[in-house]
Design a binder for this molecule. Sequence first.
Ligand SMILES: [Zn+2]
Length: 378
Amino acid sequence: MRARPPGDGGIPQSLSRALDGIRWTPARLSALIQGLPKVETHLHLDGSLSPRTIKDLALLMGDKTIAQKPLAEIERLAVVKSPRASLDEVLASFKLFCRLLREPQAVEEASRRVAQRAAAQNVLHFELRFAPALLAAEAFPQEDVLEAALRGLRRGAAEFGVSSAVIVCLIRDEDLVSDRQNSEMLDLALAYHGRGVVGLDLAGNERARPLSRFKPHYARALKAGLGTTAHAGETPPGDDLDLILDWKLDRIGHGVLAGKRPGILERIRKRAVTIETNPTSNLRTGAVKSLSEHPARSWRRAGIPIAISTDDPGVFGIELGGEYEVLARHWGFGAEDLLAVSLQGLDSLFLPERRKRPLRRRWEALALKALRSLAKPS
Ligand SMILES: [Zn+2]
């Protein structure tokens, strides 16, 4: 039984009772984070390649230049370990290895490995996003890119027990993706709605094409019942946040600048729009000055739902559990907060309620198990 309705920031009564019996220490919180069932909503396929995967894909693709490099060198090139001056500098890391994803086998294997990585973090379900146009090549059309990713995710589900779905990313940058390609990606997302694709996103540089240019795209997605989100408020000016609320999109990607725009946080709170929150990503791209100054810390206090994700675990060399550690160490989140935001992530998934319900039951059973193992006298 839930103590309160979905998305309200509470946890089920069974968990509240189990929490009462535990004396929390930093070590116990870490153990909870490890055992905590999670979901991930904001996760890019091309940002998920670990150095090991990059090397293996290079071998698979016959890319000798990369395949011959030692792992440590690939890591130095691919992983953004410290804060950068701008998002652009981080996006450059994506471009280095994107070419490894231009064949069906590579996209399939990379997607399968995302499921493997998710399973290791106790993820029950994740939404993987990418722009098929960015991975397509002459002999590898957009639809084949999507099919290859879906094959990899199905294999991942069978091998590692993690379910998943795809969010198609339209791209803001005109030099990367044309208007025509964006329209084709939308058509593809709509054609695969209910067959592996659950949502539409807009990614890329916020100074390139504004969200307003994508009004017809989002109108079609909303009409078809696709889940909707857009990267917005990650870099200035952040005025796309207003449009997300005007158009009644389901979620916001990053939204770090929400508090800088008058009335926006109140509108987000009133409509209970979930903000896909990626703490380390925001630090490394320079969107926030420090983890402790991240605005999501106050969003939870204000009753705004947040969904914790890594954004790009490969590019940043991080894992989802580590992001929950950030909440515990830098935001002062206790066990109840950690459970609650994990549940908020689940509630915000682009899934019909009939599919969310069993997932929620599984989440609750696993969370209870994690709590009970901590309540035992050691
Ligand atoms: Zn992102």
